[in-house]
Write a protein that binds this ligand. Structure first.
Ligand SMILES: [Zn+2]
Length: 213
């Protein structure tokens, strides 16, 4: 195996293939976005963990996950459920999300749809990113967040998808045990009132609330 490649096994057809891995970033980032999109160098790891089987076209993630052939060959799978996302890492993360959801692994599916959105954020493809966030929202309705932290990620997804008004009222009116959660929620409300759907990181959040760190 040469440098810059990794050997993967397809969870659909079972073939082993060698996939190119983009180089790790040498950039230094600082803050996570409010939806937990990581800064560099972790940001570019997104592109180092998703592959496509050259034989059957199945999306292959960091670990082996079975996907039956009729599922991978289905219209739903190929078109990302009719979303017709541009081919690449974003569409493959979306397909990985579909596969994990099919397995009943909703948390991994949610993460994969969110990663798909981040890939489209990086490509400045807002329309595709919104489709992926809407998919997170639909999936999230099947399993409630279990912490203030998870709640904040979901709130940010609603705002960035332009679906703020669909957030269950209880989520917005609740007081959370830790002050950071409440502060970030206040910032999200402030953005939503302005109709702002852009990405913000925690530093911008503190600055927006007038908090010195
Ligand atoms: Zn395959």
């Amino acid at each position: 195996m040469s440098e810059g490649t990794v050997e993967k096994t397809c969870g659909c057809c079972g073939c082993k293939f060698e996939a190119a891995v983009p180089p790790a970033s040498d950039k230094e980032g600082d803050w996570f976005d409010l939806d937990q999109r990581p800064p560099e160098p972790m940001r570019s790891d997104l592109y180092r963990q998703i592959f496509r089987c050259p034989q059957c076209g199945a999306a292959v993630g960091p670990r082996l996950r079975r996907a039956p052939e009729d599922f991978v060959k289905s219209e739903q799978y190929i078109t990302c459920e009719g979303n017709d996302l541009p081919e690449g890492c974003g569409a493959d993360y979306y397909r990985l999300g579909m596969t994990a959801e099919r397995d009943g692994d909703l948390a991994t599916a949610f993460e994969a749809f969110l990663r798909a959105a981040w890939v489209f954020d990086d490509a400045a493809d807002d329309a595709s990113a919104v489709k992926c966030r809407c998919r997170c929202i639909a999936l999230g309705e099947k399993f409630p967040p279990t912490s203030g932290y998870e709640t904040l990620v979901r709130v940010d997804i609603y705002r960035r998808a332009g679906k703020w008004n669909d957030i269950p009222q209880k989520v917005l009116s609740e007081r959370y045990p830790d002050s950071l959660t409440n502060l970030i929620l206040e910032f999200e409300k402030k953005l939503a009132r302005k109709g702002d759907t852009k990405a913000y990181d925690l530093e911008q959040c503190f600055a927006g609330l007038g908090i010195k760190r």
